[in-house]
Design a protein around this ligand. Structure first.
Ligand SMILES: O=C[C@H](O)[C@H](O)[C@H](O)COP(=O)(O)O
Length: 226
């Protein structure tokens, strides 16, 4: 297994220590969250029970495969904990998420949790956000105008495409915005929310309670002071 993948695996396992049998967990998406789900799956084999609210269709598949019971907001309104990866974490623990396109459900799930734990490898730690293009989920209707309004902010939005235009699990589009360093993430988050057609941005402001960082030969657990 490549080194970085090994680090992600260790971080996923480390995060699983914050989960107790019987808890309802917000299950993130991405290559790091995958390892959390695998670690919980090992405990399911030993008789522990977990209830998960998945943040993507793929997460739901992974969780089912390892025996985590899936639940949803029709049955729970508060989650014991949510654990998810991130694309960037800055010095104030603000995040960019959404590289995998799941940012909207991830934000809903994280905000429903008593504690939101972020799991990353050391390559995600930055002083200021912005080297990773900021994903913004937008409604397909009128997207050209929404994109123009975001371009007017100097954010250089590019419509995410695979073979076709990329669609989120919610049937929306993603703009990946390569606007360079984000000096004031909180202000930008507010500005974006005021644009009609923007559903959500990948800026997660003041949401993380803990950040678990995997390094070459150690793991650091950072408690975010509120
Ligand atoms: O939409 C995707 C999510 O925000 C992921 O948590 C994020 O992209 C980090 O993923 P990974 O752990 O694969 O780097």
């Amino acid at each position: 297994m490549a080194d970085l993948e090994m680090i992600k695996r260790k971080v996923g396992k480390e995060a699983s220590q914050f989960v107790e049998s019987g808890m309802t967990i917000g299950l993130g998406f991405g290559s790091t969250a995958y390892w959390l789900i695998q670690a919980l799956g090992e405990r399911v084999k030993n008789g522990e029970i977990f209830y998960g609210v998945p943040t993507s269709n793929q997460t739901a598949e992974w969780a089912k495969e390892v025996g985590i019971h899936l639940t949803d907001f029709a049955h729970v309104t508060t989650l014991d904990v949510a654990i998810d990866g991130a694309d960037e974490v800055d010095e104030n623990f603000q995040l960019i998420k959404g590289g995998g396109g799941a940012l909207l459900r991830e934000k809903i799930v994280a905000s429903a949790a008593k504690e939101f734990i972020v799991i990353v490898d050391y390559t995600k730690i930055v002083q200021k956000l912005g080297a990773f293009p900021l994903p913004i989920e937008i409604i397909p209707f009128g997207y050209e105008r929404t994109q123009k309004q975001i371009a007017d902010l100097g954010l250089h939005p590019a419509l995410r495409k695979e073979e076709e235009v990329y669609l989120t699990d919610n049937g929306n589009y993603i703009l990946d915005c390569d606007g360079g360093v984000i000096e004031n993430p909180s202000e930008l988050s507010h500005t974006l929310h005021n644009i009609p057609g923007v559903v959500e941005s990948g800026l997660f402001i003041d949401m993380a309670a803990k950040v678990i960082v995997g390094k070459e030969d150690s793991i650091e657990i950072l408690d975010v002071k509120k």
